[in-house]
Design a protein. Sequence first.
Length: 231
Amino acid sequence: MKIIDNTDYEVLTPSGYENFSGIKETTREDNIKFIFTDDTNIIVTPEHRFLVGKSSNGKIFRRANKIKLGNTLSNKIVKNKIINTKTESNLYYDLLNVENGNIYYSSNVVSHNCAFVDKSKYDDFEDSVMPTLATSKKSQIIQISTPNGFNHFFNMWTEAKKGISGYIHFLVTWKDIDIYDEEWKEQELKRVGPVKFARNYACVTGDTLIDIKVNDNEISLTVEELSLFIL
């Protein structure tokens, strides 16, 4: 994973151009390709979230792997859905910390950015703690977090599930806590809405088009091109 910081560019969102803190670049082998009735398309990871509607609780987002043929994404109708469970490794990109809602246009559909990464803080923590742990074979570290995007914690979780790191993963949901029940769930959904109740992850491919603003100039380019400009 690579983080590219941004201070110069703004991205087009439903509320206008907004600031974002950077771009996260990751490598994946699985993806889903959506082809719309206007013959445009977008390729995303299965966890990517699209805006599909609104309710009294706010905007409704749906994961790519839950979207069906005929569903409408920002006025675009899904004509075909191609699921690739394992392809050659490709780069995927997500904008970080998009202001005013964490949503932005990608290939003319509204996507939700789910990466809230303060890379420097975590790197400082890791750099200071890991050498100490390495001094003893009995040392252990426990890291706890709610899901908050494709960040360093997501990478640790994924590697632990694959058995390629020293971590053991444990999943605890609200259903595992005795004091929470369906009545509490319904009350909490009304209070915070479905998005905050069930936060998910997203990345988009490098050829995804976005509209940005820099020095009062509005231009369209791919996320990969933007990452090169920021560098």
